[in-house]
Design a protein around this ligand. Structure first.
Ligand code: SIN
Length: 282
């Protein structure tokens, strides 16, 4: 197996591995370490996986969970199909962590390209560790111990306006507060955990002040220094740490792009000063 970094702060490519066969314990450890170190990893040139095969691959890294909204065109409830020819407004073209509105947002997502436009349809990824670390000290001090509320509000509005199905259960719809700065459970490294798709407001602040601070943070995470952009070929697989990385599917294409995703069950984000877990100081 060969692991090559794409940028110093985010992204690595893994070659010399066949995702259709069971992995050894050593391979699982090496891939998990690469994910932890790079936030998002890519397996280029893999065979197109069926939903069951993608589930089997992902299941070696955690528990596959059904995405909170109804899937389109998929027989398997826990395999999400993202199939667009007019992607603008699909909700994937806004920076986000998947399902950050859940009590336990997914630990990771595994996405494979099945049909691609001739040109365009790249995905951008941004490291929330790098973004946090580059914040001015006064901003860090302001957000370090605050929480923000997340919900599906804006995305469901969009989904309904496009006539797509919505899974209306209480777990999905209830707003949820998470620390704005969360800790990597393995290393204690700090990272930003607010995103323009699902974060509504900073708790305990006026709406105007919260909008101002969130706008600053959303502008900050757009810095190319924290980002990479992946140009897909059919069969390529991306695997991202959903608590450490945000992603953005570039909506610049007009012919079909079909991606298949499985999602790994996650955990409740932990903020600075949590007393019930042992952490390495950032
Ligand atoms: C997603 O938001 O999970 C999809 C990203 C993509 O289609 O590139």
């Amino acid at each position: 197996m060969k692991i090559e970094k794409i940028t110093p702060r985010i992204g690595a490519t893994i070659t010399g591995i066949d995702v259709t066969r069971p992995l050894s314990t050593g391979e699982i450890e090496a891939i998990s370490d690469a994910l932890n170190a790079n936030g998002v990893i890519f397996f280029p040139g893999q065979p197109k996986l069926s939903g069951e095969e993608q589930r089997a691959f992902g299941g070696q890294f955690g528990t596959i969970e059904a995405p909170p909204k109804l899937t389109k065109e998929s027989e398997l409830r826990d395999v999400l199909i993202l199939d667009f020819t007019r992607p603008v407004g699909s909700g994937t073209d806004i920076w986000h962590n998947d399902a950050s509105y859940l009590a336990c947002p997914p630990m990771g997502s595994i996405l494979q390209a099945h049909i691609l436009p001739e040109c365009g349809g790249d995905t951008c990824f941004a490291s929330m560790h790098a973004a946090y670390e580059a914040l001015p000290a006064d901003m860090k001090a302001m957000i370090d111990h605050k929480t923000a509320s997340h919900s599906t509000g804006r995305v469901l509005e969009l989904t309904r306006s496009l006539g797509n199905p919505v899974y209306d259960d209480e777990e999905t719809l209830a707003p949820r507060s998470h620390p704005i700065v969360t800790l990597d459970p393995r290393t204690g490294r700090r990272r930003l955990f607010v995103n323009p798709n699902y974060t509504d407001s900073i708790d305990g602040m006026s709406k105007a002040e919260s909008d101002r601070q969130l706008a600053f943070l959303y502008d900050h995470i757009k810095s190319p220094e924290f980002q990479m952009r992946y140009r897909w070929s059919v069969g390529d697989i991306a695997f991202w740490d959903n608590h450490a990385v945000q992603h953005y599917a570039v909506a610049d294409y007009t012919t079909r792009r079909r991606m298949q995703r499985v999602t790994l069950a996650g955990y409740a984000p932990v903020g600075i000063g949590a007393t019930d877990v042992e952490m390495v100081p950032a």
